[in-house]
Design a protein. Structure first.
Lengths: 444, 300
């Protein structure tokens, strides 16, 4: 590794410590302001916001409590294993007594730094992660002792190569055709190999007992997660942004504590539902978001525009790997033998994924089914299809999704943007016009 | 630079009052104020009928531009701002219309306005504004069914045309007709980005191209861009063009050629026709009436 500058970097430019510190400081200060502003606006949207959200507001500070906790654990000898795609089997990391944390970058400012390494045509999520690495901005990326990089889209594939200039990377090959037995066999081998890798890296054996515990823990998290999404099914008791923050916080928080806090939040929300204490008028258009992941904190642009819009909308569901896809599907274990658990993990991570990197006989049918079921069961009135420029796979699946949603008479709006704040004014017009369109089904 | 230099980009600011309408106390008088990036438009309606309108240039201050446009529309009329029951603000500066009761996007307003100007047969509206272009699908009542908007960029918009008017020293209102005075349509300029197109145009002029030919090449490129947007939203006749560029015959006729459909004709504003440049303001004034009536109903 070249942290000391002795090894030549294949991709990343040499930046002087001084420049790096200056840049890091500037972006960090800006980012803390954005985090505070996002939360302030979320509070304003719901004057008597659930008490339990306080915890998540705190954990939302990427440079705060959680960073310090992880640091303390590291000092006691724990390993941190970062990951970029949801395909990384976090249960294996937990079973080996290591800390899993997601490291994709949501900073707009660092995407401009990434431009020094890759052209602007490249997906900004990737450019931003590269930029964050260049100035060592991301606490969780910097704390990661190793990174699991799953080769899903082109961006992720090359990102892992670029990051390997400075970090230990474990690539995982994900088969692009989902519904074939050889794919599952191949993927199972990748999972088993990852288990060995994690074991030798951490020095901790993954036993039947600790894997059982890790899976059980993840089951509990899924249960809490699903409980929260179910509470968004009827008249609104929680703003979409609050739920989205809770969902995403799972990827950097402590699993056990996150589960407890989410259950507490749900208790509160259930009471609200009983008292018919709605967070906004039940007539508010119900919106689902799909497309490119929206990483905290800067990518709150769209949800904020929807929920602060005139007319206002409320986000009741999403189909994003930064949102509801995180914990939606439990690991289906039957016998709790090592083999069975590993197979169950393989199946869960491959078969349940609706990532557009897949294709199959029927195309990415699972994603279409998710969207249609969600739209129906969550009573979704309109879908915003969110794509950042350079995000090829999501952009390419749009026309199919549109046709499928047209069939069930749910309007969908394609919203393309970039890692920038400059287009907020124009996006506001687009989002509000879409909300008006959804409203017009009742109004005027 | 001489101070008397002609401003070729400058288009007509005007106001118009419909004859034969005499607003009375019992009438529902509403207004729509559309503050665009280049033009500010205001329309006053009496019981949902167009009564007067005014079209002015947007200044650096949205609230001021809104006031200016509305006062212009009210000039020499029998209506005072206090007689107006409900005002809807729309356009780029819609949140900065101080006298508005409500803000509605220009997309919904142009849809409604197109339905008002041309009637229920309109299904596709192309709104070419100062800074963006929008393709809007509407139903027979003027409701938005779907829409698309170009990137935030002056490429292929009214502002781009103004730049060209200045560059070629041709009054903007003559640009359209002039661009059609070519024997053979030249290849479109390769880039509609105003900055690059300008450079390209200068090059073509140096090569000896006539102003007409350069204008044809630029207008063609803009029309191609607009036609693409219309196709992406799934064109369904009748098609109409609103916004400032609806007056540019060079744009409208080229869109017709490219798409193989006729647009419904643009009413002649010089003869007091309902001006599609003010479609957003008309739509806003109509929606204002609907909102006012809804409010009254709730109040009863």
């Amino acid at each position: 590794m070249s942290k000391n500058g002795t090894v030549e970097q294949r991709y990343l430019p040499e930046i002087s410590r001084k420049e790096m510190d200056e840049l890091k400081n500037t972006v960090k200060i800006a980012s803390q302001k954005i985090i505070a502003d996002n939360i302030e606006r979320m509070k304003r949207a719901d004057p008597h916001r659930p008490e339990a959200m306080k915890y998540f507001d705190d954990i939302a500070n990427l440079f705060g409590r959680r960073q310090q906790e992880i640091q303390a654990e590291k000092e006691k000898g724990k390993k941190v294993i970062g990951y970029m795609c949801l395909f990384a089997p976090t249960e294996l990391i937990l079973a080996a007594d290591a800390i899993p944390v997601r490291v994709n970058s949501g900073w707009y400012d660092t995407s401009k730094l990434g431009d020094r390494v890759v052209p602007v045509e490249v997906c900004p999520v990737i450019r931003s992660t590269i930029g964050a690495k260049m100035i060592e901005l991301s606490p969780f990326l910097e704390q990661s002792d190793a990174l699991i990089s799953v080769l899903t889209c082109d961006g992720m594939t090359k990102l892992s190569e670029i990051l390997s200039d400075q970090q230990t990377i474990w690539g995982m090959n994900v088969p692009r055709i989902k519904d074939s037995t050889q794919s599952l066999r191949f993927w199972s081998d990748e999972i088993k190999h990852m288990k060995t890798q994690i074991e030798s890296f951490t020095g901790n054996k993954i036993t039947r007992k600790n894997l059982n515990e890790a899976i059980t823990q993840s089951h509990r998290a899924t249960k809490a997660f699903r409980r929260l999404q179910n509470l968004r099914r009827t008249n609104p008791v929680i703003m979409g942004r609050d739920a989205m923050l809770v969902n995403q916080a799972y990827t950097w928080d402590d699993t056990k504590r996150w589960t407890e806090k989410t259950e507490l939040l749900c208790d509160e929300l259930e009471k609200r539902a009983q008292q018919k204490d709605w967070v906004c008028s039940p007539d508010t258009p119900r919106v689902m978001i799909t497309g490119t992941p929206m990483f905290w904190p800067d990518n709150w642009k769209l949800p904020t525009l929807v929920e602060e819009g005139n007319p206002q909308g409320i986000i009741v569901a999403d189909e994003q790997c930064s949102g509801e896809r995180i914990l939606n599907d439990p690991i289906g274990v039957d016998e709790w033998s090592m083999d069975d658990m590993l197979n169950a993990i393989s199946e869960r991570y491959l078969m349940a994924s609706t990532c557009p990197c897949f294709t199959s006989k029927n195309g990415n049918e699972d994603r279409i089914n998710w969207l249609i079921n969600k739209a129906k069961e969550w009573n979704v009135q309109g879908v915003v299809y969110y794509v950042v420029r350079g995000c090829m796979l999501y952009a390419m699946e749009y026309s199919r999704v549109k046709k499928a949603l047209d069939k069930i008479n749910v309007p969908v709006y394609y919203l393309d943007t970039e890692y920038t704040r400059e287009d907020v004014g124009q996006l506001k017009t687009r989002v509000e016009a879409f909300m008006e369109l959804l409203n017009a089904r009742v109004d005027f | 630079m001489s101070t008397t230099q002609e401003e070729f980009w400058r288009w007509h600011e005007y106001h118009h009052i419909m004859p034969n309408i005499k607003p009375a106390d019992k009438d529902i008088i509403t207004a729509g104020v559309d503050v665009g990036s280049v033009g500010s438009k205001a329309a006053v309606m009496v019981n949902g009928q167009a009564y007067s309108w005014g079209i002015t240039r947007t200044g650096s201050n949205s609230p001021e531009s809104a006031k200016k446009a509305l006062n212009f529309a009210l000039k020499d009329t029998d209506v005072d701002i206090g007689n107006i029951k409900y005002i809807v603000g729309t356009g780029y500066g819609r949140v900065n219309v101080p006298m508005a009761n409500k803000a509605i996007t220009e997309i919904a307003c142009h849809a409604k306005g197109a339905n008002f100007i041309w009637g229920p047969s309109v299904r596709t509206v192309l709104d070419v504004g100062g800074q963006d272009i929008k393709a809007i699908k509407i139903d027979e009542t003027g409701r938005v069914v779907s829409f698309l908007m170009n990137d935030k960029c002056a490429a292929g918009t009214g502002r781009g045309m103004e730049v060209f008017a200045d560059l070629l020293q041709v009054p903007i209102e003559e640009i359209g007709a002039m661009s059609l005075k070519v024997e053979k349509e030249p290849e479109p300029v390769s880039c509609t980005c105003v900055a690059f197109a300008k450079t390209e145009a200068i090059g073509l002029l140096r090569k000896g191209w006539s102003k007409e030919k350069v204008l044809a090449a630029y207008t063609r490129a803009m029309a191609v861009r607009m036609a693409n947007l219309i196709n992406r939203v799934n064109l369904e006749p009748e098609l109409v063009v609103t916004g400032g560029q609806s007056k540019n015959v060079g744009i409208v006729s080229r869109i017709e050629t490219i798409l193989g459909v006729k647009c419904l004709p643009t009413p002649n504003w010089r003869e007091g026709g309902l001006d599609p440049m003010a479609a957003g303001a008309f739509g806003a004034a109509l929606l204002a009436k609907a909102l006012y009536e809804k409010e009254q109903k709730i109040g009863e």
